[in-house]
Design a protein around this ligand. Sequence first.
Ligand code: ZN
Length: 381
Amino acid sequence: MTTMMNNDDETFEDMASDGWISQQRRLWRAGGCPSGDVIDAMRASHNVSKKGPSGVSAVDYNQVAGSLVGWHNGDDHIIPDAACDDYEALGLDPVTEDQMGKDWFAFDVWRFQKDHGLYPNGYLDQTTWDKLLSTYAPVADEDDYIVISGSRQRVDADMSEIDYRTFHTHRKYDLSRFKHYKKRKANADVRLIVMHWGGFDIDHLARVFSTPNRKVSSHGAFGPDVFAQYYDLKTATTWHAGYVNRFSIGFDIAQQPGVSHLARYKAKDYDVEIIDHPKPRRPGTPKKILSIEPRTLATAAAVVRWVAREVGIPLQVPRHKDGSLSYDVFDRQTLQNGEFKGIVGHFHISGRKWDPLPWWTQFAEALGTVPDGQAAENSST
Ligand SMILES: [Zn+2]
């Protein structure tokens, strides 16, 4: 039996020999490497729950989850130095270390979770990673971020060509003062992203949403290489699509489809042209429309993909049984009961709406969604 020494002189090995510590180790330890099945299950469940599946030890989870959650780049883990100063074992690499190192990594994740009011299970999952970053690497005004549940979430490194203008740093996009929204609980079940078109551009749409007698709003809007965020994605219900508002996020493609706007967009160097409305076309809608600006399309797809992952919404669009895209209107119960979760157009919700039907096929392709059972083998970024 060793005597407990002053914390500063203690090594991991010293601590490991302590009875209490050994007992704790059993809670998050498992032997060997996770099997392929376990890894597949973890990957599959990651997008939905963003937590480790039950039955997987923290050591197994941390060996595989790093690149999914974002704290491991494949070669090295990228945990802020300041965090490793406070939690020394976070400086170990849970992928390449020996079993002892892997245990200690899980242990310090567990300690960090306990110290910061998180459920302590030793998994460095998305919630824990977000807390670690907000504690040790706060996101600055000039960083690329999107606001979810009041906290700034850094976007992925490969999304840096987009200009993020959020209501945190751009007062003209802080539309909450016009009160065209409702507060939503941070733990609300947000399971749908609804795409619209609105306004001529993000500034024009912000003005539309601030007009007192027009009680409409959406969470944000896309332009060429720009995303304006008007409301918190989780804690605000915006008014964009009727009965689905309370469980959805609404986004606008800030471009109009009418051919009469061609000159306006050409003058702003938009890469748009007049095209035939692709099939299907709803009765009473124009045969000719403007194409969607390619940079706006790419921006919308990248941000929606990222938001779906962060919020835990499946990256899928409505499809028929044979896998082809569905342009049909949902019956209310299907969406209200949560039988479909994913990304839809306004035209999927109301037969009287056609936004953004003419651009939908392109958008679904840009998102990279594939029918169930046809796993995207090479869609990883
Ligand atoms: Zn709409």
